[in-house]
Unconditional design. Sequence first.
Length: 463
Amino acid sequence: MDIEAIRAKAEGYKADMTAFLRAMISHPSESCEEKEVVACIKAEMEKLGYDEVEVDGLGNIIGWMGQGEHIIALDAHIDTVGVGNRDNWTNDPYEGYEDDEVIYGRGGSDQEGGMAAAVYGAKIMKELGLIPAGYKIMVVGSVQEEDCDGMCWQYIVNRFFPAKGIRKEQVEFVISTEPTDGGIYRGHRGRMEIRVDVKGVSCHGSAPERGDNAIYKMADILQEVRALNENDDADGTEIKGLVKMLSPKYNPEHWEDARFLGRGTCTTSQIFYTSPSRCAVADSCSISIDRRMTAGETWDSCLEEIRSLPSVKKYGEDVKVSMYMYDRPSWTGEVYETEAYFPTWINKENAAHVQALVDAHHALFGEKRVGPASAMALRDRPLIDKWTFSTNGVAIQGRYGIPCVGFGPGAESQAHAPNEITWKQDLVTCAALYALVPSLYKPENRTADVSQFRATLTDNNIQ
């Protein structure tokens, strides 16, 4: 196999990948509004000679290269968050710009840069004959990830695959092209979206003692949610902090995995209330909690943790703690209802699919992370690591056990930030690695369970 030919091909497509990424950025594509960017990607795949290009019922764009029973997939979510306060951007986030080193605009790192590299990585595979016999390459531009991580793959596994006569077991592994700062990522924390509802009784604001102010009740709960995130786990601490899961005392089976992933966190992300008027006592108050889950934490332990807070117990039946559901229609109008629970997962470092990426990186670039000089301050870390945030891997491996591993252009720190950029050289690096990986994958080394840790699923019978 000619490593130099792969490098040269990827470098030769640098301008094309840049133009493709800038075209994607030019189409605003927040969750459920991806129609235009899907059309852009479909046109690019067809131009590059993909064997088949299709859009599934949810609106995911899927391109195929090669023929075979076994599937290696590349996944990039193609929705983005919004721009937030436009005044925080120095340039138009959708027109963007490029210089010799970077591409500017919403979605460059999170995560349309991954789509550009994946589309061209598969093209290079075909041109250089790098797709192994019996395999085909599946390049997925997935939708609604920012709204509900992994739901797109729930649809693919439970609706799209059966309609195509594909079993999920045919997927050997999936490469997530989420930004990895030049690293190979083998897992991340899970998350869930929790809602707390508090009831009160309204009355005229001139005599508040006649009512029961739900906002005041929630104020007590809010301080304890904050304490849960910030407190230590000392014996004398009443509300022990989430840091406790890093200790073998509180997490005897999984504390080492928790230390790899990092501690769980929680933060109040939204607040709502109802009141008859501005001169009345509030009769309800609700909050949303963003809960990040490390190894050893479960969906029910996280709900119970909130239910056990002193103020929640104090207000008794006036408080309800629950998990959100998601049922927002996609850009095609399709609804796939699911729970807002996204399971934690970690691969074994010696898993065959992880090692395929490691071997490809060693062959192409060596044993350390690579990147342009301006990015290397972020990359002085082990080559094999984990994401801080969540990805579609919560469904791919967390929910279904399909082996998943990450390597993608850009930086985690650029995700959801104003003045988002990605680096042109990252597109080249990733396209080259994607092209080489299938040739180095050793299916004979695949084991029955590649997971080092997978969180339990809920009892909701969600598919």
